[in-house]
Design a protein around this ligand. Sequence first.
Ligand code: ADP
Ligand code: MG
Length: 244
Amino acid sequence: MADPVLELRDVWCAFGDHEVLRGIDLTVQRHEVVALIGASGSGKSTLLRTANLLEHVDDGQIFLSGQDITDPRVDGDAVRARIGTVFQSYNLFPHLSVLDNVTLAARVVHRRPRAEAEEHGRQLLASIGLAAKADAYPDTLSGGQQQRVAIVRAIATDPELLLLDEITSALDPELVGEVLDLVRSLKASGSTILMATHEMAFARDVADRVVFLDAGRVLEEGPARELLSSPREPRTREFLARVL
Ligand code: ADP
Ligand code: MG
C-alpha cells in the first residue's frame, strides 16, 4: 500500500548559476529505508537539506505525509520538528549532558514535561547501552557513542522521517559497525529513513531501495540488491566499480 512519507516532485535547487538539483523525483514510503548514493558533489546533502527546509527550493514541490512543505506559508520549524536529522559529524551540544542532548527537543520544541522526557531519554540511552553516560558530557564519549546519541536524540520525539547524511564517514573504521547496527535496529522497529551513504555493503544489507544521484538527477533507482549487483546505467556501473 502506497503511503508516502516524503515525496519530492521535480525539485530544483541552484546556487548562483550552479544547478545542484535538476528535477529530483523521489518518494519514500512509510517504513521504507532508502539509500541515496552518488559521487561527492552529486547533490546528496543538498537533497536531504531541502527535505527539512534547510535549503531553498527553486522549483518543484516537497510533500511530508501529504502536506506541501514548500508552500511559503509553511513554518519551517514546525516541519523540522517532525523530522529527525543526523549529519556526518556528530553535532551534539557540547555544553549539555548526554541526557539533556537527547531530551532537549522533547522539552523545548514539543513541550513535554521534564520528568516524562527524561524517563524516555534514559530508556533510549539504555537501549543503546549508554545508560551510564546520561550525565556525562559528549566529549567524554567515543565518536561512535556520540553518533549513536545523536541518532537516539533524532528519534526521541518520534519523527515521521529520519534523514541521515553520511553518518559514519567521520568515524574511525572500528566504530562504524555499532552505528550501522543501530540504524539496522531502527529499520526493524519500523522507522522511515532516507540516508545518504557511501557504505555500499550496508546499503545492500539494510536499504529497501537505492537511488543513484548523478549531477543532481536521479539516474537510476531500484531494489537495493538488484541495483547494486546489476546496475543498468553505465554511469552507475562506473561509480560502483570505484567504490565497491
Ligand atoms: P554531496 O553531498 O553529494 O557530496 P552536496 O549536496 O554537498 O553534494 O553538493 C552538491 C554541489 O552543491 C557541490 O558542488 C557543492 O559545492 C554545491 N553546494 C552545496 N551547498 C552549497 C552552498 N550553500 N553554496 C554554494 N554551493 C553549494
Ligand atoms: Mg554530502
